[in-house]
Design a protein around this ligand. Sequence first.
Ligand code: GLA
Length: 375
Amino acid sequence: MNFLKNFNPVLTISSPGRINIIGEHTDYNLGYVLPTAIEKKIVLQFQKNETEKTCRVYSKDFDKGFEFDLSKISISENAWENYVLGVLNEISKRTDKVRGFDCVLESNLPLGSGLSSSAALECGIAYGLNELFALSLSKLDIVTLSQIAEHTYVGTQCGIMDQYASVMSEAGHVILLDCRSLEHQLIPMELHPYKIIMLNTGVSHNLATSEYNVRKLECEEGIAQIQQKYPSVKSLRDVTEEMLETCRKELKTTVYRRCHFISKENQRVLDVAKALRNSNLERVGELLYEAHEGISKWYEVSCKESDFLVEHTKKNLLVLGARQTGGGFGGCTLNIVHVDAVASFVESASVAYKNEFGIELTYFEANPSRGTATL
Ligand code: GLA
């Protein structure tokens, strides 16, 4: 793109991906989640280009860019452009202060790996424009407008976890987020002598968006049914196991299983938070295994590759727990591994995975990191 020749950025933003320790699909059921940002991130550089309406965005990794007019924002056929356009569309409903700008992106965050590269891009754009044009958006505005952009321009009816974690995280901590009140507590993540090792299955099944939206509808169906008996219930977050059992006959089996998972998973988030505060890492590990079982058998958002990797860890006494993280159908598994066993663990998982699926496993160590920031 032509603008690159004279690109003279005045602002650099770092926008991280996230991992989720526990609490999958609980966010859109207004329950609890326990994510944190990680070191892998998108770096976005910005300059004003002195035009009224012309905006240009270029990705170094893909050597691709696009240009758009601020007064004619609409959904693009190129999927990745919608993360940017959706955010601009939301910002335009809140302020008219944005003018022409140029933005260059560079990322070490793998796409489609359940690490929220989408939220990182949305929040990075929103955060950068907020700084560049002094839009006076709060951090929470950035989070919520980015989430809406994902609903309207990308088409995933996601909850708020990814955007919240990307923006609000603090180094060395996980966020215990109440997705109803949108208040959070920071919990120190002290795992020594263990580490978080992420194994990337290398698969991202394209069921991710369609099945995600189906799960959300199944939960809504469950709630509508449960409300007939318990009118005060507002979301699955309010549904106890006892309540669910009394409604069991009225619910379709699949819907019952989805609700059962959410109710259990929500409690697991609180239990893991408590175990972390008490430095009870064995308990954290047990709950991760339990959560994976739920993800795989009850919520049915796992896949054979993730199941294989989680199962493989169970033979290793130096691994406390493992589970698939993120929206599902592939991406990464999160493993709590003793420092002395990291190399042998990765080696044995890689060999077994290659034998089974013919895929090279990649891995990285994840450390709780700060959220979106100006560099
Ligand atoms: C995706 C969504 C999140 C959340 C997770 C599952 O990452 O964007 O809102 O629902 O899946 O926990």
